[in-house]
Design a protein around this ligand. Structure first.
Ligand code: HEM
Length: 128
């Protein structure tokens, strides 16, 4: 079974000197290849630690390039880490619900203060 990496792992295990990139959910260690890349190492430094699928496909790399890539495979992207934004948005809606209930509590408290004020008013005007 191949090793699983989250996008966080890929980023943490990379510097501007070398490390990992993701292409189509597969993780590659390109450290030794960077100086040999026909397209130069600058472009690879830019995508180190990230998902480079878009850039890789835009260039329209040859079959040789894809073969060379296969030799650098170290693992696969953890698919559960890719759905993280969804669970974050769920947390977001929970806090909206919390805000609404907090607003409800404030409204009820204000109502109570208002009612008490109404009840006390006759006394305070009477003592003047
Ligand atoms: C580690 C993965 C990669 C491998 C093995 C690889 C391999 C190659 C090879 C063999 C070539 C020569 C042309 C060809 O055979 O297609 C090439 C050219 C090039 N590559 Fe990559 N490449 C990789 C990643 C990338 C990435 C991620 C980018 C951009 C974000 C990129 C951009 C380029 C560019 C701009 C050229 C020059 C094309 C030209 O001069 O016409 N490469 N690459």
């Amino acid at each position: 079974m191949s090793k699983l990496f989250t996008l966080g792992d890929v980023s943490k295990q990379s510097t501007d000197k070398g490390g990992l990139i993701v292409i189509d959910k597969v993780v590659y260690d390109i450290t030794d290849y960077m100086s040999k890349h026909p397209g130069g190492d600058d472009i690879l430094i830019e995508v180190l630690g990230q998902d480079a699928s878009e850039g890789f496909h835009e260039v329209g790399h040859s079959a040789e390039a894809i073969e060379a890539l296969a030799e650098m495979k170290v693992g696969e992207l953890d698919q559960t880490s890719a759905v993280l934004p969804k669970s974050q948005s769920r947390t977001g809606s929970v806090s909206v619900a919390h805000l609404l209930s907090a607003a409800g509590v404030v409204a009820v408290s204000l109502g109570a203060v208002f009612l008490r004020h109404q009840v006390q008013s006759p006394f305070s005007s009477g003592s003047k």
